[in-house]
Write a protein that binds this ligand. Structure first.
Ligand code: URA
Length: 241
């Protein structure tokens, strides 16, 4: 609460979390990072995208999804009429996991379970403030953390899940663009199209959920006016279908 008893805006609250995350020493990744890579975008977006962990370019710039996988993600979002800055894009792990090699750049690696666990409080804080209608999990580690169970994205993509602890958001798992980029020719095209189709499905579901009345809160007091206003402001971003 501010001195005036006005509730803090989501922008101010997420900025507080971001500042706190910048100094995180929660796991061994802090020792090798250039900087923490926190979520970016529109904190009032009803659609949030959650990836795995920063790579080299993300570590250098401090921004998620700016390397080759990020370029492909941006391209696929563009195909369904979404600009990156309209949505919130983040990762389950905020510092780059990598191995030292003979190259100065090192080699990206998947985050280890203790690193995912240590970072979990940040994604939980983000999602608690953003309260999205739809969470798109990019790749299996993200889907596993959000859904709280094992996921095979190639099998489980394209379906919305409601049974998880981030209710009432609907959760969709999509192929990770880095995985798509490991393919070639027709296979690459087919996988890229799957990602576009899934993002279109996320866009449509978000638009539909924005039109539905908000779920009845379990008990009074009535929802705060600010919290109600945010989703309505987003409707034009997601079309009218
Ligand atoms: N860049 C990110 O920020 N996250 C990923 O999961 C992959 C690349």
């Amino acid at each position: 609460m501010l001195a005036s008893d006005e509730p803090m805006s989501v922008e101010a609250a997420i900025e507080d979390v971001r500042r706190a995350a910048m100094g995180c020493l929660g796991c061994k990744l802090h020792a090798l990072r250039t900087q923490v890579v926190f979520g970016v975008g529109n904190p009032r977006s009803p659609l949030v995208l959650v990836g795995q962990s920063p790579g080299e370019q993300e570590d250098q710039t401090g921004l998620p999804f700016v390397g080759p996988a990020g370029q492909l993600l941006g391209e696929c979002l563009g195909k369904v009429g979404i600009r990156r800055e309209q949505v919130w894009i983040t990762n389950i792990v905020k510092c780059r996991p990598f191995e030292r090699t003979s190259s100065a750049r090192g080699k990206n690696r998947d985050p280890e379970p203790d690193e995912v666990e240590a970072c979990q409080a940040w994604i939980e804080a983000e999602l608690a403030l953003l309260r999205p209608k739809v969470i798109v999990c990019i790749g299996a580690p993200s889907a596993q953390l959000i859904l709280g169970r094992r996921v095979s994205v190639t099998k489980d993509r394209g379906r919305f899940y409601t049974d998880h602890r981030f209710r009432p958001a609907q959760v969709l798992a999509v192929l990770h663009p880095a995985y798509i980029l490991r393919h070639h020719g027709e296979e690459l095209e087919a996988l890229r199209q799957q990602l576009v189709d899934d993002l279109e499905s996320a866009r449509r579901t978000t638009a539909r959920l924005l039109k539905e009345p908000a779920p009845t809160p379990p008990a009074p007091p009535a929802p705060e006016p600010e919290a109600e206003a945010a989703p309505r402001e987003q409707m034009s971003l997601f079309g009218d279908d």
